[in-house]
Ligand binder design. Structure first.
Ligand code: MG
Length: 108
């Protein structure tokens, strides 16, 4: 059975999120400034491009199907706190190197 337009766009959203993940993992392995041989586009640029691809699909879903992607400051703040909490836990587990930068919660 053929997909609906909504199903197609949801698949594209998943695809583009996967491409963000791929680029992020490349940057994790090789650094933000690394470029593929024969190109001048670095991993940071590629993450930016893929995030914009995600934004394009989000706009299509919002425009065509009324999906609400308005950022929620409370959910964002909660996510930042959660990620930072797990970051410190990872440091305590010996899996991350502590860095000099100060980690601030959303309330700071
Ligand atoms: Mg893409």
């Amino acid at each position: 059975m053929a997909m609906t337009r909504l199903q197609y766009l949801l698949g594209k959203l998943a695809e583009e999120c996967g491409e963000v993940a791929e680029r992020a993992l490349k940057a994790q392995a090789f650094g933000l400034e690394e470029t593929r041989p024969g190109t001048s586009t670095n991993n940071a640029d590629l993450i930016f491009e893929e995030c914009n691809d995600v934004e394009g699909i989000k706009k299509m879903l919002a425009d065509e199907f009324g999906m609400d992607f308005t950022p929620c400051p409370v959910q964002i703040a909660n996510k930042i706190d959660k990620v930072n909490g797990y970051y410190f836990y990872s440091i305590n587990c010996g899996m991350c190197e502590p860095e000099g930068g100060e980690i601030k919660s959303h309330g700071n």
